[in-house]
Design a protein around this ligand. Structure first.
Ligand SMILES: [Zn+2]
Length: 276
């Protein structure tokens, strides 16, 4: 999955630092694009000394390969440098999977800081909390932590087949597993039953946990489950809104499915390998 970057290391523990050192990594975004250093076919995150001038002290993000990473809002790029802006989706198709992961998390945090510059309760300008990854309002003292939305994804089994569905919003026409956000006042298990009933009209049983996956692009936490259909002969009944096609598929005739950087892709590959 996207977060599996071994032998590289990622540590999101918040650390109180004394600022950006010369060899620390610096993340600078313009909208959806990130500043990267290109050396032939290799992309690198710039370090402080690659940049001409930094106008702020930066926000500590995380450690990548034991090097502190900071977000900066403004910087000046030296002339004739190898620095270029690339849309973060560009890294999806590169071989440097570790960059795909760390830039995604940096992008998630960048958006969170950017969207909370003012307090949602009283409208005052917010401040960064110095001792943890949090934002605080100096006026009403509201404290904000990174917003993460829990979502379920479920592989439904029917003997040796799996349910695959095509979502109306999928641009490239692939099929995936049933998924959806957990609602207020709902357990994740209830969300699994509700989403399956709403999207494909099936009753399920034997719901068991698989794994979870942070999905930075939508600030979600994907929580994976496996379940069995209650009645092997029950008809699939799609909602025709979110789901436009759904059916049972055996290992031999699966439709196009997501890559294994997502939990959906990994679960489908486990099914193909007979491990799900
Ligand atoms: Zn406030």
């Amino acid at each position: 999955m996207i977060q599996d970057i071994h032998p590289h290391s990622f540590n999101n523990k918040f650390v109180v630092t004394s600022g950006i050192r010369e060899n620390d990594y610096v993340f600078h975004f313009i909208d959806n694009s990130l500043l990267l250093k290109q050396e032939d076919d290799i992309f690198l995150i710039p370090i402080k000394k690659d940049l001409k001038r930094l106008s702020d002290d930066g926000i500590f993000l995380f450690e990548f390969n034991n090097i502190n990473c900071f977000l900066v809002w403004e910087c000046v790029i030296p002339e004739n440098s190898m620095l270029v802006y690339n849309e973060i989706s560009f890294l999806r198709n590169q071989t440097q999977k570790e960059l795909d992961w760390v830039t995604s998390v940096a992008f998630q945090l960048k958006n969170w800081y950017e969207q909370n510059r003012f307090c949602g309760r009283c409208g005052s300008a917010t401040q960064l909390k110095s001792d943890e990854r949090a934002i605080v309002c100096p006026n009403c003292h509201k404290v904000l932590f990174p917003s993460i939305s829990p979502a379920i994804i479920v592989a439904i089994r029917n003997k040796d087949k799996i349910l695959m569905a095509r979502n109306a919003h999928f641009k490239n026409g692939f099929y995936s597993l049933v998924a959806g956000y957990v609602d207020a006042g709902e357990t994740v298990e209830d969300a699994v039953r509700r989403e399956v009933k709403e999207e494909v009209g099936l009753e399920i049983k034997n719901i068991r946990y698989y794994k979870s996956q942070p999905w930075p692009f939508s600030s979600s936490m994907m929580i994976g489950f496996i379940a069995d259909v209650e009645d092997l002969h029950q008809n699939i009944c799609i909602d025709n809104v979110e789901i436009v096609e759904a059916d049972w598929y055996s290992r031999e005739n699966l439709p196009t499915y997501p890559p294994s950087r997502s939990i959906a892709g990994e679960m489908i590959e486990k099914f193909i390998a007979g491990e799900l």
